[in-house]
Design a protein around this ligand. Structure first.
Ligand code: NAI
Length: 251
């Protein structure tokens, strides 16, 4: 086959949902998908408030208050997408949280909240969007894992487990979703400069940056560009893949 003349606006005509879009990596994903031509539905928890509408306005999209862990999250999102847009083409499960503690102090509520947001919500929402037809045939699912799910990270047994679970989820879902010509892939960021990583203690933060062979933290846009690739027709034949954005070749 021939290479297209250019990839100017590869997502033109596509509707994309980005969860956790109020700030950080999610806000930049919304920006990059919109730049590449998508109509963006920016979703985040109600508490995200103004920040969410700011993202939506910046990218010329719309905002949706959605806690991904709500029992009816998949149903609410399906209804919204079918009514307003006739369905969506792309879902990016970016919403994620950390509740760090040493393993001895890792109580059950920290396990449940982190597994709930980072692993169960992407699975349930994808399943419901596919069942309702709100994610169209030929659609794209992009999950967000982490280097912590591959290499592990002190104080993050709950988080690392949730992000390792996302890798299993992608592998297990790929052949199933392929029946509807839907691809599913994940980005696995290393240390990215966001509010999430600004909150960790200085020494740990510096160590995180030095884990990269490039010896610096990544930027949100580094992750967003890969998400856009997974969402675009350029990756038609790519599914079930986990790609690290962490400045490291070995781990
Ligand atoms: P962040 O904390 O800056 O932003 C996360 C967003 O998700 C926030 O706007 C928050 O309100 C939203 N969110 C949290 N719980 C939610 C829920 N229940 N429903 C809907 N939205 C919810 O985090 P950051 O750094 O931008 O991370 C984004 C994703 O990338 C997360 O999945 C995170 O685990 C992952 N990641 C981040 C890395 C980093 O170095 N910053 C490294 C590897 C992965």
């Amino acid at each position: 086959s021939e290479a297209p003349a250019s990839w100017d606006k590869p997502l033109a005509g596509k509707v994309a949902v980005v969860t956790g879009a109020a700030r950080g990596i999610g806000a930049t994903i919304a920006e990059v998908l919109a730049r590449d031509g998508a109509t963006v539905v920016a979703a985040d928890i109600p508490a995200a408030g103004e920040a969410l509408s700011e993202t939506a306005n910046k990218v010329g999209g719309t905002s949706l208050a959605l806690d991904v862990t709500a029992d009816d999250a998949g149903e609410v999102l399906s209804k919204h997408l079918l009514e307003r847009h006739g369905g969506a083409d792309i879902i990016v499960h970016n919403a994620g949280i950390t509740r760090d503690k040493t393993l001895a102090n890792m109580d059950e509520s920290r396990w449940n909240s982190v597994i709930g947001v980072n692993l169960l919500a992407p699975q349930r929402i994808t399943e419901q969007l596919v069942a309702s037809g709100a994610l169209k045939e030929g659609g794209r699912v992009v999950d967000v894992s982490s280097i912590a799910g591959i290499a592990g990270n002190r104080g993050q047994t709950n988080y690392g487990t949730s992000k390792a679970g996302v890798i299993g989820l992608v592998h297990a879902s790929a052949p199933v979703l392929a029946q509807k010509n839907i691809t599913i892939n994940a980005v696995a960021p290393g240390f990215i400069e966001t509010a999430m990583t600004a909150a960790i203690p200085f020494a740990t933060r510096e160590a995180g940056r030095r884990m990269s062979s490039l010896l610096q933290g990544g930027q949100t846009v580094d992750v967003a560009e890969l998400v856009s690739y997974f969402a675009s027709p350029a990756s038609n034949a790519v599914t079930g893949q986990i790609v690290r954005v962490c400045g490291q070749s070995l781990l």
